[in-house]
Design a binder for this molecule. Structure first.
Ligand SMILES: Cc1cc2nc3c(=O)[nH]c(=O)nc-3n(C[C@H](O)[C@H](O)[C@H](O)COP(=O)(O)OP(=O)(O)OC[C@H]3O[C@@H](n4cnc5c(N)ncnc54)[C@H](O)[C@@H]3O)c2cc1C
Length: 382
């Protein structure tokens, strides 16, 4: 069968690779002029890694396993709230990896021949045409396909065309700043690796993960206003907010050149979609279920989508596509939508302030150490 994928992001590439491996002819159309994934790093949760295993796309990703003595939630000074030792975490939850977005993108596109990917080709519309789907860009039909996969990300134009009554995405009023830098010599971050620090005065959050052997990836989530005028100012505002945190926090932010800081207003789908499958068209990844980053599940869910699509379309003939995509929808929509809502709840939980935050920390601190890994797995929904 001929299958078109609209969008060469993490989810689109994973699906394209999986569908090609299942024996289909796959054509990917990407809006950007260049095929690349900008940004810092990404943490792939154990379930995302297992989905990549199913697509035979893991490569040497496990070389990037998050290794840390402990992992979990801490207060702004780095004191444990709900922390587990790394061994229990791995036994209970499985392995997570932390990898640069560039490396991950390269790994996912490696199985695809260069002529299967067309850049600078935004898809405007996918239109049912008899037993096929017409793929439309710039007012002209580029090709017809037996199936089309919508993988055009959080701002999906195709989702808006396919679900005209859907409200699209909604910003939650929080801002994410991210940076990646070589580990500064002499800075002691050991106790903070694989931890999320939260501040019950402001509801701000800071996370730290290792990348490769000697780089660190940090991210923050706070109620800082958007838009911030410049990257330098965004960085300065964050430094002001976190000045009295664990000393490594402001030190890492300060050591990251402003031009290497990424700023994103956090958004999610305003409402779950009623279906991920419309005839011969399926949606995946952020186009289908954009969620806040709080559970670190966005890409993981996109990979689960990709693996499910590849499996359901294995051995399919063109006539089977609508029913196979309905099975994909039935398998994936409940879980992805549940995680979308759970990410939202997690965002509200970690950004609490005042008495509610005090109660949260008190309750979490009361979790016995032997149950901490399971408690975290529950929170992170793994
Ligand atoms: C701050 C932040 C931190 C995050 N951290 C994590 C994390 O640690 N772990 C995790 O699992 N997830 C994380 N995520 C989520 C993760 O990045 C996304 O869920 C994932 O990238 C979604 O992949 P996707 O393929 O659906 O969309 P994208 O990766 O956004 O790809 C969409 C692609 O479609 C292209 N496109 C757009 N419109 C069109 C069109 N009309 N025609 C053709 N192409 C088009 C775009 O150029 C892009 O290449 C984070 C997200 C944010 C914002």
């Amino acid at each position: 069968m001929r299958i078109v994928v609209a969008g060469a992001g993490l989810g689109g590439l994973a699906a394209a690779a999986g569908l090609r491996r299942a024996g289909h002819e796959v054509i990917v159309y990407e809006r950007a002029a260049e095929l690349r994934e900008a940004g810092t790093a990404i943490v792939i949760a154990p379930n995302g890694l297992r989905a990549l295993d199913r697509l035979d796309l893991t490569g040497r990703l496990r070389d990037h396993a998050v290794t840390a003595a402990s992992a979990g939630l801490r207060d702004r000074r780095g004191r444990p709230i709900l922390v587990t030792d790394a061994r229990s975490a791995q036994v209970t939850v499985g392995m997570a990896v932390s990898v640069t977005r560039t490396d991950l993108h390269q790994l996912l596109r490696a199985p695809l021949p260069p002529d299967a990917i067309h850049t600078a080709t935004p898809i405007d519309h996918l239109e049912p045409a008899g037993d096929e789907v017409a793929v439309i860009s710039g007012g002209r039909t580029l090709t017809h396909a037996d199936a089309a996969i919508v993988a055009d990300g959080i701002g999906s134009r195709l989702r808006a065309r396919l679900f005209p009554g859907h409200p699209g995405i909604r910003r939650i009023g929080r801002l994410d700043l991210r940076g990646m830098l070589p580990a500064p010599a002499g800075l002691d971050v050991d106790g903070l690796i694989a931890s999320i620090l939260i501040d019950r005065r402001t509801g701000a959050m800071f996370g730290l993960f290792p990348v490769d052997r000697n780089r660190l990836y940090w991210f923050t989530d706070s109620a800082l206003p958007h838009p911030t005028p410049t990257l330098e100012q965004a960085k300065q505002q964050m430094l002001d907010l976190m000045r009295d945190w664990h000393p490594a926090v402001p030190a890492l932010i300060a050591a990251t050149p402003a031009e290497d800081v990424y700023v994103d207003p956090i958004a999610r789908l305003a409402e779950p979609l009623p279906t991920f499958a419309l005839g011969r068209i399926a949606l995946l990844g952020d186009a289908a279920h954009a969620m806040t980053p709080d559970l670190g599940q966005g890409a993981g869910q996109a990979f689960e989508d990709a693996a499910a699509l590849a499996r359901h379309l294995t051995g399919a003939a063109p006539a089977d596509v609508p029913s196979r995509l309905l099975r994909y929808d039935a398998e994936r929509r409940p879980r992805a939508n549940r995680l979308m809502l759970a990410s939202d709840r997690q965002s509200r939980l970690t950004s609490q302030t005042g008495a509610k935050a005090w109660l949260r920390d008190t309750l979490l601190r009361a979790v016995p150490p032997r149950l901490a890994a399971r408690g975290l797995a529950g929170i992170w929904q793994l």
